[in-house]
Design a protein around this ligand. Structure first.
Ligand code: OAD
Length: 235
């Protein structure tokens, strides 16, 4: 049975583009992370087995940059929507800019830089904040700590929960993602026929069925959209 639409619920699916105006690189732009670094070496279990030092250095640097960055008007506008709506953010981003902007319900489907864990999927997670992980730092199960990031070939987190949220939202906003990476890209099709569905991105891209495409910067479009939605709610 399908969940009922909650008229007061907004679900956001965000990707690297929402943090671009905070100074963090996206992945697939001409100056994106995967243009200068091979994901096979840095974001896969094989890469980790081959060269853990290089993988740790890569994520330590990304964590450093993310902790120096500040939430931008798009992150802040999404947090402000909580004044009038239930807002759930499903993010592929591993930074914590949504939380730092004030968003309360954030599902990190690709993991979080703020945590480290041991090698097994059941291993304990440790909150490390912005601190680096060193070779030789061990989990209490005796294995080397790794970043709590979902690498290619690993299972995403919170998928069923994310799907249920998107299927019960009256408004769905997809922002700053190329929708190139599955299974998360497939979530967009679980939005309901009668939901208002909006896609915001800087570059031209294939638009999922039923979505209105707004091309431009998240930091400009999202605050304007949030104002409209707050006015609709009488806030
Ligand atoms: P991509 O780099 O694939 O896509 C970024 C999207 O953001 C593109 O559609 C851009 O047009 C858009 N964009 C860039 N700047 C923007 C801005 N200022 N305002 C609005 N939109 C902007 O990044 P993701 O889709 O997030 O996974 O990538 C998905 C996954 O691929 C990541 O989570 C990561 C990566 O490999 C892992 O590492 C597991």
């Amino acid at each position: 049975m399908k969940a009922e639409i909650n008229p007061n619920k907004i679900v956001v699916l965000s990707g690297a583009g929402i943090s671009a105006e905070s100074g963090l690189s996206t992945f697939r732009a001409s100056d994106g992370v995967w243009q200068s670094h091979a994901w096979q070496e840095l974001a896969s279990p094989e890469g980790w087995r081959k060269n853990p030092q290089a993988v740790l250095a890569f994520y330590n640097e990304r964590r450093r940059q993310a902790w120096e960055a500040q939430p931008n008007p798009a992150h802040l506008a999404l947090a402000a929507l909580q004044d009038a709506y239930e807002v759930v953010i499903i993010t592929q981003n591993v930074d914590n800019l949504h939380e730092r902007a004030g968003s309360k319900q954030v599902l990190h489907v690709h993991g979080e830089l703020a945590y480290a864990r041991g090698q097994s999927a059941q291993a304990k997670r440790y909150l490390i904040g912005g601190a680096p992980i060193s070779l030789g730092q061990l989990c209490e199960d005796g294995t080397q700590l790794r970043p709590d990031i979902v690498w290619f070939g690993e299972e995403v987190q919170y998928y069923a929960e994310a799907q249920a949220h998107i299927a019960s939202a009256a408004k769905v906003l997809v922002v700053g993602t190329s929708l190139a990476v599955f299974p998360i890209a497939g979530l967009v099709k679980h939005a309901r026929y009668h939901a208002q569905k909006i896609l915001v991105a800087l570059d031209e891209m294939e638009k999922p069925w039923g979505y209105t495409f707004m091309r431009g910067k998240a930091g400009e479009i999202v605050p304007a959209l949030a104002q409209t939605w707050l006015a609709q709610a009488g806030a």
